[in-house]
Design a binder for this molecule. Structure first.
Ligand code: FAD
Length: 435
């Protein structure tokens, strides 16, 4: 048994930020990550875009804290490009450089890292989680802690200790990303057209995707040009199928782009795991709903501010729906169809410019007192989730969960009893923007 004050499970920025906030207050913190690096989808999954830190009008800054610190550190390495005033991308970074930055932040914060280490099981006593069972090259062993934070994306710890979970029947599908070489930005449209017209040749069906540059040579392109439908990647068999099917799709895409656009186009890297948009959601003290998000409801105990639109990848038709805080929407009903522009609501006098999430969203609905969660397992209806799921929002959930764990330990209180006044004040003191 190895013992810590706080154990964070899952090492994307969500988990790393949680661990840093708890460690800063003097607690002995460890972080468990099954991959070989920190950063989750942003590094191992290749997804290299954080959205704006500003409100929907790009006038007021609403996100700071560790997200800003990471962008500043990446900027020092020329590893991030800012695209202001865009709903599509705010900060495009080099995923490989983010790995170095996160390694350093973890080590400098004196957090004990466990890479290549997977969470498997948990032990409880009364109203507390006492330890978890993890596995790595040393075999299976237990990690004891006074407080646990589930940042696994899939809510692995929450589900293992029996906290109620659910999933959307029309769950957003995963995408196998790839780093391609040899496509210039002015060819992106041609890529979409080629895949649409010739996809059947490689049994790709009609799919829709996007691509993005990476800082440095623009010929290196992040391709997110496929979906694997009807899978729940928190289930082992589905995950295995999705990885192999995702790679088959990427191989087919490379073949078509070589054949119809340029024989020099090639895959230069595949991610360590498929990009997972959604699996299980964990019941919490506050379920986020689309009205609160899109009408910009303010909460006195808010710990997260966001302005990213509803971005819902349809479950089985390759369509996508965007809904904005100003009442407009963009819908592509299926791959190849024209984008339909309309309104999801009538105009109102003053459009909201941001939404918030209260602390209760991070507290699982459970008798267990020493657990918080952060990330895409959030308790939210379909459209609220589709806005909250992006990394700038998950990052803030991580920071708030880590800070709340530190306060709970300091006061000797349950997670749900943490004073949100104290929490907001501590986060603000450390650089978060608290509104
Ligand atoms: C193709 C694609 C494109 C996207 N585009 C964007 C975009 O442009 N911008 C944006 O902000 N968001 C985007 N998203 C959404 C966003 O990437 C995710 O919603 C977000 O990264 C979720 O963060 P998370 O920390 O909850 O989960 P994850 O990033 O999935 O991190 C979970 C971490 O926990 C680890 N883990 C899981 N289970 C265990 C276990 N049992 N033991 C140990 N470790 C474990 C994983 O290895 C991982 O590191 C995209 C998603 C996809 C799939």
């Amino acid at each position: 048994m190895r013992n810590y004050d706080v154990c964070v499970i899952g090492g994307s920025c969500t988990g790393v930020f949680a661990a840093i906030r708890a460690a800063e207050d003097g607690y002995n913190v460890c972080i468990i990550e099954s991959s070989n690096c920190f950063g989750g989808t942003a590094t191992a999954g290749f997804v290299n875009i954080w959205h704006t830190f500003y409100d929907a009008e790009y006038k007021t800054k609403i996100i700071g804290g560790l997200s800003q610190e990471v962008v500043d550190l990446l900027a020092k390495k020329d590893a991030v490009i800012e695209t202001p005033n865009s709903p599509h991308r705010g900060y495009t970074f080099d995923s490989e450089q983010l790995k170095f930055v996160l390694d350093r932040m973890v080590i400098e914060s004196e957090i004990t890292p466990y890479l290549h280490t997977s969470f498997y099981d948990a032990e409880t006593e009364g109203n507390k989680i006492t330890s978890i069972t993890v596995g790595n090259k040393d075999g299976l062993f237990k990690i004891g802690a006074k407080f646990f934070i589930d940042a696994t994306g899939d809510g692995d710890l929450c589900r293992r200790v029996g906290i109620e979970s659910y999933y959307d029947e029309a769950m957003q599908p995963p995408t196998m990303c790839a780093r391609l070489y040899g496509i210039m930005p002015d060819q992106y449209g041609l890529v979409s057209q080629t895949l649409r017209e010739h996809g059947d040749e490689m049994d790709l069906g009609k799919d829709w995707g996007w691509r993005g540059f990476t800082p440095g040579d623009p010929r290196f392109v992040l391709s997110a040009d496929n979906h694997v439908f009807n899978v729940n990647c928190a289930n082992a068999d589905d995950l295995t199928y999705a990885e192999i099917e995702g790679r088959r799709r990427v191989e087919g895409i490379e073949y078509l782009l070589k054949k119809y656009i340029d024989s020099k186009i090639q895959i230069t890297a595949l991610p360590s795991y498929i990009g997972i948009r959604e699996t299980y959601h964990i019941k919490s003290m506050h379920q986020a709903n689309v009205e609160d998000i899109l009408y910009g409801k303010r909460f006195e105990d808010a710990v997260i501010n966001g302005s990213y639109r509803v971005d819902y990848h349809h479950a089985d038709t390759s369509g996508i729906t965007f809904k904005y805080l100003d009442g407009t929407q963009e819908v592509i009903p299926e791959a190849g169809a024209k984008m339909e522009l309309s309104r999801w609501r009538e105009p109102i006098d003053v459009d909201p410019t941001l939404y918030q999430l209260p602390y209760g969203a991070l507290v699982p609905a459970s008798k267990l007192e020493n657990i918080l969660m952060a990330g895409r397992m959030i308790d939210a209806d379909r459209e609220a989730f589709s806005a909250l799921r992006v990394m700038v929002n998950c990052n803030q959930m991580g920071e708030a969960a880590g800070q709340a764990a530190a306060i709970a330990l300091h006061e000797g209180i349950r997670a749900k009893d943490v004073s949100t006044k104290d929490l907001r004040s501590a986060l603000s003191h450390k650089g978060a923007i608290i509104i």
